[in-house]
Design a protein around this ligand. Structure first.
Ligand code: FAD
Ligand code: SF4
Length: 467
C-alpha cells in the first residue's frame, strides 16, 4: 500500500538548544500541516488502528474531520472515547499501538495519529472560551440527590473513571494523597514532554468544570479508610486507581551512599516541586557527571532532566539498544541531545569517597543469553569484564511496585504476591470496591490505565443499578 505524500515531519526544538531548557521539545502540527497529514489516511474499511488503540478511538472518522478542517468535529469524535486527548497524543506509545497497526506503515510511514490527536486537542483548547456557568455546573454535579462515588488517586485511571461517572450523572469525589492532582502525569513525566500548566492542568480543569470534586492531601488508608468512605461518608462505590509508585532499587553494596537517588524522587523534585526553576525552595542535586541505571521511559526522563540541569549523563542498561523498553521517540531525542549509553552493562557496586559520597560505579559487561519469562533474551555477566565508571550521582530507574497501604487497611481486598489488587472485570474481592490502572496491572502506560478507568466506570454503574 503506498501513499504519494510523505509523513509530514513535526517541528521540534533544536537538540542543542533544548538540552539546556525545560520547554516542550515538540511543537506539534499547525492547521495546514495537520490537514495535509490527515489527507494521507486511506480510510480503511476495517481500520486496524482502532482495534490497536486501548480505548478504541474512532481514528479514521476523526482524521477525516481533520482533513475536512472540521477540528471541533474531530474533537467531538475523540471525546467519545478519551477524556485526555492532549496528554495521550503526547505520551502514548503510538508506535506499538495505533500507528503500529496502520496499513501505511507496512511499506512506508504510518499516519501520525498521535500528532493529529494532539493537534486537535490543542487547537480546540486554544479556541475555548471561559465557561460562565462553571460554578452552577459544579454545584449541580455535587447536589444531595446524586449518588456519590469515590475515586482514590488522580492519575489517568482515576481521572478517566471520574470523567465517565460524572457523565453518567454521579457525584464524584477524587481523593489524592499529593497536594496536586495528575499522578505520574504531574510528578513523573517531565515538563519538556508534557507541559503542566498548558496541558495537564487544563485537562484536569475540564473535569473540575464538570463538577468533579478533587480533594488533595488525603492519603486513603491513613486520613480516611475505604470502609469509612463506604460505611460513614455515604459513597456507594469506590474506585482505586492508586498506581504503582514505590521505587525498586539495585540491591548492591553502596546503594545508601550520598548521591544515589531513585528516579521517582529525582523526577518528583523536578516536576512536582519545580526544583529546576530559579527560586524553587526544593533542592535538586546537580552532579557534574550522572549515571542513570535502567532503560525505560523513567530512565530516559531522569537522564534528560539531569542533562537539562547541567550534568553530563550516561545511561547504563543491562541489555542492548534494540531491547530498550522506552518509547522510540524518547530514545531518539535522548541520543540527539547528547546523552551517552553504556549498553550490555550492569552495576555491581556503588563506590564512595571518604565523606560518604558516590565517586564511581563498578560494572560488569553483559551478553544476551536465552529468552527469559518476559520473552526477552536474558542478560548474563561476562566473567572478568568488571570496570568502573566515575560519577558524582547515580539515579536508579529500575521500575516501580505497588504500595500496599490500601490493601492492608481494607479488609477483604485480595492482592497477589506483587501487591497488585486482584480484579474480575475491574471488580475487586471487596463488594463495592473496584480497581484499575497500575495498581492492578503493575507499571504500564497512560492509555491502558485510562482504558481500565473507563471500564471500571461502566462496571460501577451496573453495580449501583444492581444489574
Ligand atoms: P498514577 O499515575 O501513578 O496515579 C496514581 C495516583 O494515586 C497518584 O497521584 C498517587 O499520588 C495517588 N495515590 C496513591 N496512593 C494513594 C492513597 N493511598 N490515597 C490517595 N491517593 C493515592 N506511560 C505512557 O503511556 N507513556 C509515557 O511516556 C510514560 N512515561 C512515564 C514516565 C515516568 C517517569 C513514569 C513514572 C511513568 C511513565 N509512564 C508512561 C507510565 C504511566 O504514567 C503510568 O502507567 C500511568 O500514570 C498509570 O496511571 P494510574 O492512574 O494507574 O496511576
Ligand atoms: Fe493512538 Fe493513544 Fe490516540 Fe489511541 S489514544 S489513537 S493509542 S495516540
Amino acid at each position: 500500500m503506498a501513499n504519494k505524500i510523505d509523513r509530514v515531519p513535526v517541528r521540534e526544538q533544536d537538540p542543542k538548544v533544548r538540552a539546556t531548557n525545560f520547554n516542550e521539545v515538540c511543537y506539534g502540527y499547525n492547521a495546514a500541516e495537520a490537514t495535509l497529514e490527515a489527507s494521507r489516511c486511506l480510510n480503511c474499511k476495517v481500520p486496524r488502528c482502532v482495534a490497536a488503540c486501548p480505548v478504541n478511538i474512532q481514528i479514521p472518522q476523526f482524521i477525516s474531520a481533520v482533513a475536512a478542517e472540521d477540528f471541533e468535529g474531530a474533537m467531538d469524535i475523540i471525546s467519545k472515547d478519551s477524556s485526555l486527548a492532549a496528554i495521550c497524543g503526547r505520551v502514548c506509545p503510538q508506535e506499538t499501538q495505533c500507528e503500529g497497526s496502520c496499513i501505511l506503515g507496512v511499506k512506508g510511514q504510518p499516519v501520525a495519529i498521535g500528532k493529529l490527536e494532539r493537534f486537535v486537542a490543542d487547537y480546540t483548547q486554544s479556541k475555548k472560551k471561559e465557561c460562565s456557568c462553571k460554578e452552577k455546573k459544579a454545584t449541580d454535579n455535587q447536589s444531595d440527590n446524586k449518588i456519590k462515588v469515590a475515586v482514590v488517586g488522580s492519575g489517568p485511571a482515576g481521572l478517566a473513571c471520574a470523567y465517565d461517572l460524572a457523565n453518567m450523572g454521579y457525584a464524584v469525589t477524587i481523593f489524592e494523597s499529593l497536594h496536586t492532582p495528575g499522578g505520574v502525569l504531574t510528578y513523573g513525566i517531565p515538563e519538556f514532554r508534557l507541559p503542566k500548566k498548558d496541558v495537564v492542568e487544563k485537562e484536569i480543569g475540564k473535569l473540575v468544570d464538570m463538577g468533579i470534586k478533587i480533594e488533595t492531601d488525603v492519603l486513603v488508608g491513613r486520613t480516611v479508610t475505604i470502609d469509612q468512605l463506604l460505611d460513614k461518608e455515604g459513597f456507594k462505590a469506590v474506585f482505586v486507581g492508586s498506581g504503582a509508585g514505590l521505587p525498586m532499587f539495585l540491591g548492591v553494596e553502596g546503594e545508601n551512599l550520598n548521591g544515589v537517588f531513585s528516579a521517582n524522587e529525582y523526577l518528583t523534585r523536578s516536576n512536582l516541586m519545580r526544583a529546576f526553576e530559579k527560586g524553587s525552595t526544593t533542592p535538586i542535586f546537580i552532579g557534574e557527571r550522572v549515571c542513570v541505571v535502567g532503560g525505560g521511559n523513567v530512565a530516559m526522563d531522569a537522564a534528560r532532566t539531569a542533562l537539562r540541569c547541567g550534568s553530563k549523563v550516561t545511561v547504563v542498561y543491562r541489555r542492548g539498544e534494540q531491547e530498550l523498553p522506552a518509547r522510540r521517540e524518547e530514545i531518539h531525542h535522548a541520543m540527539e541531545e547528547g546523552i551517552e549509553f553504556e549498553f550490555l552493562t550492569n552495576p555491581t557496586e556503588v563506590i564512595g569517597d571518604e565523606n560518604g559520597w558516590v565517586k564511581s560505579i563498578k560494572c560488569v559487561r553483559m551478553e544476551l543469553g536465552e529468552p527469559d519469562e518476559s520473552g526477552r533474551r536474558r542478560p548474563e555477566p561476562i566473567q572478568g569484564s568488571e570496570f568502573e565508571i566515575e560519577t558524582d550521582a547515580v539515579i536508579v530507574a529500575l521500575g516501580t511496585k505497588i504500595n500496599t497501604l490500601i490493601a492492608s487497611t481494607t479488609p477483604g481486598l485480595e492482592t497477589d504476591r506483587k501487591g497488585r489488587i486482584v480484579t474480575n472485570e475491574t471488580a475487586s474481592s471487596r463488594p463495592g470496591v473496584f480497581a484499575g490502572g497500575d495498581v492492578v496491572t503493575g507499571a504500564a502506560t497512560v492509555i491502558l490505565a485510562m482504558g481500565e478507568g473507563r471500564h471500571a466506570a461502566a462496571q460501577i454503574d451496573k453495580y449501583i443499578k444492581g444489574l
